[in-house]
Every structure is written in C-alpha cells, then in structure tokens.
Design a protein around this ligand. Sequence first.
Ligand SMILES: *[C@@H]1O[C@H](CO)[C@@H](O)[C@H](O)[C@H]1NC(C)=O
Ligand SMILES: *[C@@H]1O[C@H](CO)[C@@H](O)[C@H](O)[C@H]1NC(C)=O
Length: 297
Amino acid sequence: MGMNMRTLFLGMLICGLCEPIMGAAPRKPVDVPFQKNYVPSWASDHIKFINGGSQVRLVLDKYSGTGFQSRGSYLFGHFSMKIKMVGGDSAGIVTAFYLSSQTTEHDEIDFEFLGNRTGQPYILQTNVFTGGKGDREQRIYLWFDPTKHYHSYSVLWNMYQIVFFVDEVPIRIFKNSKDLGVRFPFNQPMKIYSSLWNADDWATRGGLDKTDWTKAPFVASYTSFHVDGCDASSNQSTQVCGTRGKRWWDQKAFQDLDGLQYRKLQWVRKKYTIYNYCTDRSRYLTVPPECARDKDI
Ligand SMILES: *[C@@H]1O[C@H](CO)[C@@H](O)[C@H](O)[C@H]1NC(C)=O
Ligand SMILES: *[C@@H]1O[C@H](CO)[C@@H](O)[C@H](O)[C@H]1NC(C)=O
C-alpha cells in the first residue's frame, strides 16, 4: 500500500468512527417580565409597562426617544426578545437591539431596524465590532412585515461563533477567526441594550426620508425578555465564564450551524440581502479574512 492509499484508508477508518457534526437550535427562550433582566437606561418616562412588565412599549416623540439595558453583564450565552416594530410611517426611526461592552476597545453585536414610509420595507442592519473595530455591516429585508406581529430576535454567542437569529432563521454568522488574526469577543462582558430613536439623518434611503413628527408618538412593543448568559459582573466570574465546556452553548451542537441552518442562511443571502461588507469590493480591495474562509457569511 502506498503512502497515499494508507492515508486514505486511515482517513476512511477514522471518519467511520467520527460522529457527524450536528448543529442545533438554541434552547427555547423563556418568557419573563421586563424587570427580571432589564432596567430603563434613559428617558424612563417614555417606557410604558403593560401586564406587570410582561410587555413594554417604547415611545418616541419629538422630545425624546428611550432605551433600556440588562441588569447584568454577560460573557457568552443566548439572548432574545420579541419586538413589534413601529407601524405606519416609521421613516427616519431606528429600533436597536444590541450587546455592547462599552469599553475603549469595545465589542458589540448589533441589530438595527431602519423604519420606512408606510407600506415600504424595513431594513435590518447588523454589525459586529471587535476590539473597537466595526465596518462589518450587512443589510437585509425581512420576509415578513415586522410591524404586524411580534417576532423573536436573538443572539447566540460562544467561543466558536456569534449567530444572529430572526425567529428560527440564522441571518448571520460571525465565526471565531482568531487563527486568521481577526479579533473575536471573548474577554469583555457585554450588557444587552435596546433603544428607539430618531436617526433621520441616515436611516431611511440614506437620510432622504425624514421623520414625520405629525405622526408621533411612535411606539415599538416588546415582550419575552429572555436572558440565558454567563453572568460576568465581577472579575472573578469573568474568568469562570471564559472557561470552556461547562455551559450548554459550548457543546458541539452549538459550535457551528447544521446543514438546515446553513440552507436557511443561504436563502437569506440569495433572496433578502441588500448589502454585505464581505462582497463590497469598492470598500475592501482584499476580502476580509473572516469572509474569505467561508462563502456563506
Ligand atoms: C424604504 O423603501 C425604499 C423604497 O421601497 C427602499 O429603497 C429602501 O431600501 C427602504 N428601506 C430603508 C430603510 O430605506
Ligand atoms: C477588575 O480588575 C481591574 C484591574 O485588575 C479593576 O480595575 C476593575 O475595577 C475590576 N473590576 C471589577 C468589576 O471588579
């Protein structure tokens, strides 16, 4: 047997014993009231509580927007909330759901929902900052009207990947590409934030469509404030959270997407993607390393 044949034979043997890599959906979120995990961060008079906080409404008027943040700081986990976006004429308005370390060289994971004129589609813009560097925007249209019903928006974050989900559909994956020299968020705890504000200088058709204040107040509704993360509010706990293997999100099933999830992601790329920094040759003459490795992202 030649060397190549031997390697092939060995490879077949090993692969026969190998478990297939299985992906899985994150744990089913639990509906908990707002107060369990969150507090208002600014203009608390613009947040309305319903049913003892099982739902909240964020209100934007010409005086103020508003926002809230998680009580705890987290290093890895699964975070989700259900949101019903501002309906009708929402041009100029941005609703955001993001994780951020708020440090000098900050890590951040962003969902930003850009409103539009009545009947025109919202845009969902996502971004990932690592060590203070962002410039990784992706923009998609949604396959539903996000103002009609609640939909869940979530982030799965472990040492291997960051996945953005809309309902059960992974719309973006940012893999740990440390081996390619790309920083990955792994040691700075993040809080979870949401806010509603006026961004009519850029949000809708690049700032062409201005907020129509005669339609104010603008209201976004929230429910199901699920947080299942490693609490890293002290230095000691941060170290514990950084230790691999203990939590459900570290298991094999959550280290990569599975075949069905990749097909869903490809469906989003083919049918709904408007902009992807990975394919923007006028901006990046050389393909960013994390994009070059993986055609799906
Ligand atoms: C708003 O609608 C216009 C026209 O359909 C579209 O070009 C644009 O992408 C939509 N979204 C935003 C946020 O500008
Ligand atoms: C963590 O440690 C750093 C320096 O060792 C210190 O500046 C900081 O205050 C500590 N943070 C907490 C939450 O204990």
